[in-house]
Write a protein that binds this ligand. Structure first.
Ligand code: ABC
Length: 599
């Protein structure tokens, strides 16, 4: 046996948690599973990267390189268990945790701290804890009134094999061409570029058919044949090489994900069954409340229909209903996003079109006269919701029309932070948070927003939270907590329909530049109504009026409206003509409730 392998085995045996019980082992006593929410619009979701949130167990801090954000930092499930008070103080009612399964350890000197490089779908990632700790995490969360969403990757596995393009039995990287006579090309057998024929073997005589796929066996970095066993077979993969263009539909569906993540042949019934089995089993063992589904646009629609039905049916039989299936289709195209909530598919998707067209263009760019957009862009986007996302709840799903249950995001782990993009515009961030917490749908806060983190692109946007000492004193933390409390108090802000009362293309010095107003009410909440008025202008006090026009509300003339967001008393009265004339300072908002309904 080679020395490196011996060292590898010795190291692995010393790792905590590696001997954890397999999730597919049916001898583990199942939990009593419960449905804990009847309306997902009541939730405030908090996305956290386990490695970055809290370090509760130093015993699993192996291969940690403190301060190197592309490496493990030491966070774990025990850390989350220790900080439910922080989450509750913020107003969080659901957490979405990064993937829990065992990963390939490292690739090109970057580590799998984020959890998206699956190696074994049946075991826990020992950096985060063992199965008992994961079960305890969800149990304690439920006892604290917090639901837990599990991050699921169905599109690919980690860097578990190489394409043996030159058929010499080992992974190579080679450069061809001189650059003077023939162009220089670099090929890596770990992650070759997309080839529409499938990755080809090459000899000096030319192509030689599909390249053999060779699974690695390097326990030192946990690059060992994947599990369940079906994923250790070449037939389970598309083997077309790495995506080069997200504009080519064939590549989007068939190519490997950048970084050598191997694309699963999700159209095969056996692959589908293996994925459903593996993730249903995690719910049976751990009692998760829903899935956040990774890379949904890289998997065919038919897979999502089969997966959704399989998961819903099997969990319902276990007593778990209202199970949330929310998909990540990272795209600004609203109609494309809506295609994943077609009948039989997902309950919800992250509202990326709003992330770009509203939180970026209107709020983040507020200080940039060349890029900023008027609030009419919000109204225009929202007007396509019903048509694009659909009005019929999914059979066996969460019981809500998808257009009412979109997951709203300002930030996430794949985008630079709001404060990075806006050059530290805190007022704009807080105003954006006000919209997030009062608009229709489900608010999802990326961990660290409350601590005013300002990191740039991945991995700089994945800061270590415990360095803040979990302070609950900061202005943005308190702002979110206040908004969460208001959302909790006023059912109209959670479940009411939306009527836009004012929007404007103006972004300069016009009287209504930056004003946006909408009412929430009616529909599922009867007569209760709340009016939200915002000014996104960074420079001027604006008003709900333009020459000859005022804001019409559903409230009767003379109704006194109280701003429940303001920390100092503020009220306005609807005038005799039924209009509301109100001035708002730059980058601020009011949440107006009729005086007789204030809680
Ligand atoms: C690592 C490094 C990166 C490096 C990469 C090659 O390797 O950190 O610096 O660039 C995980 C890790 C990452 C890691 C990758 C690969 O794995 O978190 O740190 O990157 O090893 C999901 C997850 C994400 C995860 C994966 C993989 C997928 O949220 O955390 O990454 O499991 C695409 C996918 C999307 C994916 C995202 C990262 O990449 O579709 O599912 N996220 C366009 C494309 C999108 C594309 C996006 C970003 O660019 O259309 O498909 O997302 O590359 C709008 C347009 C959009 C456009 C955006 C940018 O602009 O409408 O279409 O998106 O206006």
């Amino acid at each position: 046996m080679k020395l490196s392998k011996v060292v590898g085995i010795a190291l692995i045996l010393a790792l905590p948690g590696v001997a954890c019980i397999e999730a597919l082992d049916n001898s583990i006593k199942p939990l009593k599973r419960a449905t804990l929410t009847d309306d997902w619009r009541d939730e405030v979701v908090y996305q956290l990267l386990v490695d970055r949130f809290a370090n509760g167990d130093v015993n699993n801090d192996y291969q940690v390189v403190s301060g190197a954000l592309a490496r493990y930092q030491g966070g774990d499930w025990r850390g989350i268990i220790n900080h439910f008070d922080y989450l509750t103080a913020l107003g969080v009612t659901t957490i979405w945790i990064s993937p829990v399964v065992r990963n390939v350890e490292t690739d090109a000197d970057v580590d799998a701290y984020h959890g998206y490089w699956s190696q074994d779908l049946t075991q826990t990632n020992p950096h985060f804890g063992d199965l008992a700790t994961l079960r305890l995490l969800v149990k304690r969360a439920h006892e604290s009134g917090i639901k837990v969403l599990l991050d699921v990757v169905a599109n690919h596995m980690g860097q578990v094999f190489f394409y043996d393009m030159n058929m010499n039995g080992k992974p190579d990287e080679y450069i061809a061409g001189t650059g003077t006579i023939s162009p220089v090309t670099r090929t890596t057998e770990w992650d070759p570029d997309f080839d529409p024929r499938g990755i080809q073997a090459q000899t000096s005589l030319g192509v030689a058919g599909r390249a053999p796929i060779i699974f690695i066996n390097d326990p030192l970095i946990n690059r060992i044949p994947p599990r369940p066993a079906i994923f250790a077979s070449a037939a389970a993969y598309h083997a077309f090489g790495r995506v080069l263009s997200y504009d080519d539909p064939k590549q989007v569906l068939l190519a490997d994900f950048p970084g050598g993540l191997k694309d699963l042949a999700t159209e095969l019934p056996q692959v589908r069954t293996a994925l459903i089995d593996a993730y249903v089993q995690w719910v049976k063992l751990v009692d998760f409340d829903g899935f956040r589904l990774d890379t949904v646009k890289h998997v065919e629609h038919d897979f999502w229909r089969v997966f959704s039905k399989g998961v819903r049916d099997r969990l319902a039989a276990e007593g778990k209903t209202n199970f949330m299936l929310v998909g990540e289709a990272f795209d600004g195209d609203d109609a494309l996003l809506g295609s994943y909530t077609r009948p039989g598919e997902l309950d919800s998707v992250f509202y990326f079109s709003q992330h770009f067209q509203v939180f970026r263009d209107v709020f983040e760019y507020a200080n940039d006269p060349t890029k900023r957009r008027g609030t009419d862009q919000i109204a225009s986007l929202w007007s396509t919701k019903k048509g694009n996302y659909g009005t019929a709840p999914q059979p066996g799903g969460i019981g809500l029309p998808p257009y009412k249950a979109l997951m709203n995001i300002i930030e996430n782990h794949d985008r630079p932070r709001f404060l990075f993009e806006s050059n530290g515009n805190l007022a704009a961030l807080r105003n954006a948070l006000t919209l997030l917490m009062t608009e229709e749908g489900i608010p999802c806060i990326y961990y660290g927003s409350e601590q005013e983190f300002s990191g740039g692109n991945d991995p700089a946007n994945r800061e270590v939270l415990w360095k803040t000492a979990f302070s609950t004193e900061g202005g943005t933390f308190r702002h979110i907590a206040r908004l969460a409390k208001i959302r909790q108090q006023y059912i109209a802000l959670r479940r009411g329909d939306t009527t836009v009362r004012w929007s404007s293309a103006h972004v300069g010095t016009e009287s209504d530049a930056g004003i946006f107003a909408f009412e929430r009410g009616g529909g599922d909440v009867g007569n209760q109504k709340v009016l939200v008025v915002m000014n996104v202008s960074e420079s001027q006090q604006s008003a709900t009026e333009r020459p000859g026009l005022g804001l019409t509300t559903a409230f009767a003339p003379g109704t006194i409206l109280v701003d429940v967001l303001s920390e100092t008393p503020r009220q306005v009265t609807v005038d005799r003509g039924g209009e509301l004339h109100m001035q708002l300072p730059p980058q601020s908002a009011a949440i107006l409730v009729p005086q007789n309904q204030v809680m």
